[in-house]
Design a protein around this ligand. Structure first.
Ligand SMILES: [Zn+2]
Length: 468
């Protein structure tokens, strides 16, 4: 936090902040309203035409907007030459989002508009491998992602940066994973190590909690996008939560808010990954369902395309049950059994629905959300748990009919956190477009055009603005 006293006269830093804010206003306007002329932008965002011209020139330089000829309109024919419209570009921007799960690493790359240009999942046992090997694996996968996008792109590619979603408590400022119970990581400087192994400058790497990134993705691009009060619940071995309240992520004083998986619901219940008893995670996490359904000690199944990698992982994790299956495969197995009418599986799903409803009722009493979105594996078992879980939720909430809160299934599935991480990097660019000019990553083979590099040299001597 900046405790310096504000001086009476505006400083150079103030001007820069205003300039950055104006760039953001223009970008957001074009992103939400669509193409507009310079004069139109000036009128609608309340800036002078000369200011808008300067801002647009800078955004054109950065390749974040482009000029297009105004399409002639039949109802308002205008004489003279057609006005030039500006629209959001950013096809050359690559925002990377990665997610580390208990059983896999996901890497997603998008352009500035959020269009996915790269997606890869790799089966990976992060708990077994440890944080250093995991950082190396994330670095390799991201290097490959950049190489692939650069190879396929007709123009230069500028990397906006990499956000990594971690299933646990993360110190966002320092990139330290404070506590990731299901990975058995504690106090590990993941951001610093990842920067070393990937040749990315540390400021280009952002770490965050997986559920918070997933909640951002749901809020922006999910089936309930724009719902200002929503709660996202991860459905994996671990259960995390991301809370959006009045359109803002609720992170708490350390960024540790939303750890709803560790609400204690049954003090005498099963042992949780965090070492305590009866946490919500120990009742509704995927392992709990597999245990109840009697599927936790099934033999290792044959694997598909990833057989070589996964077979190795299976050997290393022998005796740990079917953890080496992907979460999706294991949940699909439960659904298969339920469909076949297996009584033990159906009873396990009934128990699951009750605990989902009880926990959801607590959340509704505290946060009054419009919707609670169940992510990850819940998609596979939705038909058996949703109606009963909603009933239990309504019974447990003080407000009539739980205030109309819905229980819904994520449309983004296991991709949500990585998509949200990439969206976070896009937000960083829109909030401070000039950072693209500062950040050129020659080691990654993705420098901007010569003009941009010249600008970078000029700017790099200026002090960096603090990233929010
Ligand atoms: Zn716990």
């Amino acid at each position: 936090m900046n405790h310096r006293l504000a001086s009476a006269a505006p400083t150079r830093a103030d001007h820069r902040a205003v300039h950055r804010n104006n760039l953001e206003v223009v970008l957001r306007h074009l992103g939400t309203v669509g193409p507009d002329s310079r004069a139109g932008i000036a009128t609608r965002v309340g800036l002078t035409p000369s200011t808008v011209s300067r801002l647009v020139a800078e955004l054109l330089d950065l390749g974040l907007v482009r000029e297009v000829a105004d399409a002639p309109s039949s109802d308002t024919p205008r004489p003279g030459r057609p006005a030039i419209q500006l629209e959001l570009d950013g096809r050359h921007i690559l925002a990377l989002g990665a997610e580390i799960s208990v059983d896999r690493i996901t890497v997603i790359g998008t352009d500035l508009a959020g269009t996915v240009v790269y997606h890869r999942d790799r089966v990976f046992d992060a708990a077994r491998s440890g944080p250093e090997a995991t950082a190396a694996a994330v670095g390799r996968l991201c290097t490959r992602a950049v190489d692939t996008v650069v190879r396929k792109s007709p123009a230069h590619v500028t990397l906006a940066g990499l956000a990594v979603a971690v299933p646990g408590l993360v110190e966002v400022e320092t990139g330290v994973v404070t506590e990731a119970p299901n990975l058995s990581w504690r106090g590990f400087p993941f951001g610093k190590v990842l920067a070393e192994v990937s040749d990315l400058p540390p400021e280009a790497i952002v770490l965050g909690n997986d559920a918070n990134f997933a909640a951002l993705a749901e809020y922006r691009i999910g089936s309930r996008a724009g719902t200002p009060n929503l709660i996202y619940i991860t459905g994996e071995v671990g259960i995390g939560g991301g809370v959006i309240a009045a359109g803002q992520g609720l992170l708490g004083s350390h960024g540790h808010g939303g750890e709803i998986g560790h609400m204690k619901l049954d003090p005498k219940g099963a042992r949780c990954g965090c070492g305590r008893r009866g946490c919500w995670e120990a009742l509704i996490g995927l392992d709990a369902l597999l245990r109840e359904a009697g599927l936790d000690d099934e033999p290792t199944p044959p694997h598909g395309r990833r057989s070589t990698r996964t077979a190795g992982a299976a050997t290393r994790t022998a005796g740990r049950g079917p953890r080496q299956w992907s979460a999706s495969t294991r949940a699909a197995r439960v659904a298969e059994r339920a469909r076949a009418g297996d009584r033990r599986t159906l009873a396990a799903l009934e128990t699951l629905a009750r605990w989902v409803g009880i926990g959801a009722a607590n959340l509704v009493n505290i946060f009054d959300p419009q919707v609670i979105i169940l992510g990850g594996y819940f998609r596979h078992v939705a038909e058996w748990i949703l109606p009963a879980a909603r009933q239990v939720m309504v019974e447990g909430v003080l407000a009539p009919d739980a205030g109309g809160c819905e229980l819904a299934i994520s449309s983004l599935g296991f991709e949500a956190a990585a998509r949200g991480a990439a969206l976070h990097m896009i937000d960083q660019v829109i909030a401070d477009p000039a950072r693209l000019a500062v950040q050129a990553y020659p080691k990654w083979g993705v420098p901007g055009p010569a003009r941009q590099r010249d600008r970078a040299r000029r700017r790099v001597s200026e002090p960096r603005a603090a990233t929010p």
